[in-house]
Design a protein around this ligand. Sequence first.
Ligand code: SF4
Length: 308
Amino acid sequence: MKPKVIISRCLTNCNCRWDGEVIHFPAIRQINNYFDLITVCPEVDIGLGVPRKPIGLFSREGHIEVEELDSHVVMTEKVKAYSDHFLEQFPRVHGFISKSKSPSCGIKNVKILTLNQYILSTTGTGLFARKLLNSLPCIATIDETGLLVPEIREQFFTKLFAFFNLSKANTNISDLIKFHSQNKYLFMAYNPQKQKEAGGIIGTNQHNDFNQLFCNYSLKVAEILKDAPSVSSNINVLQHLFGYFSKKHLTTHDKQSFLNSLTMYNANKIPISEIKAIIRKWAFKYSQNYLKEQSYLQPFPAELLSCV
Ligand code: SF4
């Protein structure tokens, strides 16, 4: 079983763009190996041809409408109905890779125009993407430009695999408790307060309807993963993990070397993955089984980091 990811079809070597151009997106080969991809092209799927007249988001009396740029033919209801129907078919999806700036697929930075085509804002969201974000709170999103930035890519894969693993724990309380335990340090790095609240949902509601509990817990996980962890939050967690080994197993040299690594990470001179690798190595060397299973130390298959 692989994570299910919706992807804008024009990122899959398909010539479905308005001008018939094919986008060069080499990452698709690697991505294809790790995910079950579900392609979507709202514009072609509602019956617009290739090539077609370009469309855009327009602000009309306080509403955002999808319209042809030249003729102002309005397509909002068609795209909305299509999006609802599409999303109903895929209630359990873990990620969305979107084409940036598209009035249909763009998750952010989409232009919103006035009727005479002045740019009113560049912070819009494409109509299909907006529907998706509203109906699927537990989904990781990125566009093809974000995939080129290592930190953004890493956050995307981390969230994607967290939601994927969460969806596998949706049948009984013991699997959910195990999931919570294996993600303890990941959640602590993202948001320690909400991590405790998630634990509270499991702890206080174990005898209630499991589906409701799972739904409440999932929404809390989405809140936890909303913003990337800060450097100080990561350092706090890394120091915590260091504590598993520092007294019993490590030499003075090991300890000093680790603390130096933390200083270098804090100064943005080394990536966090280097420090996680040290902890992981110790977890295996000293048979620290609880840490071996922590998603924080390896939130997704390492090969994905070099997929682009
Ligand atoms: S951005 Fe979306 S709607 Fe536009 S061509 Fe690509 S898949 Fe189709």
